[in-house]
Design a protein around this ligand. Structure first.
Ligand code: LMR
Length: 331
């Protein structure tokens, strides 16, 4: 009897000791952030800053894993992967949402914004902010805009007037507006993922492409493109997105802190964008690998004249009011 009681006490003591052991915290929430550009770009720096801020403030509760350079998903797959729950955040260029909403085609209209200040004014306006919601009904949540900058035209031959681009093949992002923009100058647009651009240029499978100074520099396009026309003809900006399912599933306090960290990271990224649009342009000039072509006012006017009819073509899908509001932000 005594033995029975003592062994029962011993068993109780052992299980009590086990249960009184260290209390293990719940598994952290993991945010996989996938993007296609290099780390030394506005988006790359923003994503890394976001990771640092979240882990500093929510250490243990939320972990951010950043996958740059199309390591996890290319730009043609990331939004599908997000809806399947395989990735929680990304910041595709606004040109890559065409399958999800037509309204964002606005941002691809050639010569719509005269500079990045106009872009910022429009995006912060009521109409601009409302556009963040345009992806909602497809199961995505637009968390904010991030800048990269104005696009330039790079090519294997000098491009001064629209005829210079005729019959040449240009890689574009997956946007029908961008296709129409190149068709307007009788060029041949090819929709290709960002990860393939360097090889396509290097092997001369294509003649040119359009991108920002930081992308042309960080992906070394300038090393295989002897001419860059400083056209500033269009915009490359991003929308930071997550899935509705992931976002709604976050506890309220964590959601608030994650959003605050993201807003701060976006501000930081926009500063990087500003600085890189000047510094990376200069690095390309200093490399001596590409000649930068400046357009005269008369030459630029020719590009505007042939490309601007694209606006009319997409006016019905985008909405005239929206186009007017965006154009109005130039004043
Ligand atoms: C491109 O495909 O050229 C860009 O969208 C890449 C990027 O994300 O900046």
């Amino acid at each position: 009897m005594f033995r029975k009681v003592t062994s029962a006490i011993a068993a109780f003591a052992i299980s009590a000791a086990l249960f009184a052991g260290p209390v293990f915290a719940a598994d952290p929430i993991v945010i996989k952030f996938s993007h296609v550009v290099a780390e030394n770009t506005p988006k790359g720096q923003m994503a890394n800053k976001f990771k640092d801020l979240v882990e500093e403030r929510l250490g243990g509760k939320v972990v951010v894993e950043v996958f740059p350079n199309s390591q996890l998903f290319g730009d043609n797959k990331v939004l599908e992967a997000m809806l399947l729950g395989d990735v929680q955040m990304a910041a595709p260029s606004l040109s890559k949402f065409e399958r999800y909403t037509k309204s964002l085609q606005l941002y691809d209209l050639p010569f719509l914004f005269k500079d990045m200040e106009a872009v910022e004014r429009f995006q912060q306006s009521e109409a601009g902010q409302k556009l963040l919601d345009s992806v909602n009904r497809r199961g995505l949540v637009g968390l904010g805009y991030l800048h990269n900058g104005m696009k330039q035209l790079s090519s294997s031959d000098p491009l001064r007037v629209p005829e210079d681009a005729a019959r040449k093949k240009f890689r574009i992002m997956s946007s029908d507006v961008l296709a129409a923009q190149f068709e307007a100058v009788d060029a041949v647009p090819l929709k290709k993922p960002f990860s393939e651009v360097f090889t396509l240029l290097q092997t001369k499978a294509i003649d040119g492409q359009e991108n920002t100074w930081s992308n042309i520099y960080s992906k070394k396009f300038f090393e295989v493109q002897p001419y860059i026309t400083e056209s500033n003809h269009g915009l490359l900006d991003y929308m930071v997105v997550t899935s509705k399912e992931f976002w709604m599933g976050l506890p309220d306090d964590i959601k608030t802190d994650v959003k605050a960290a993201l807003d701060e990271a976006i501000k930081f990224g926009n500063g990087v964008a500003n600085q890189k649009s000047v510094a990376d342009r200069q690095k390309i000039i200093d490399s001596g690998r590409s000649e930068i072509i400046q357009l005269s006012d008369a030459e630029r006017a020719q590009w505007v004249e042939v490309m601007k009819p694209v606006w009319k073509k997409f006016e019905k899908d985008i909405g005239k009011d929206l186009i007017d509001a965006a154009y109005g932000s130039n004043m």
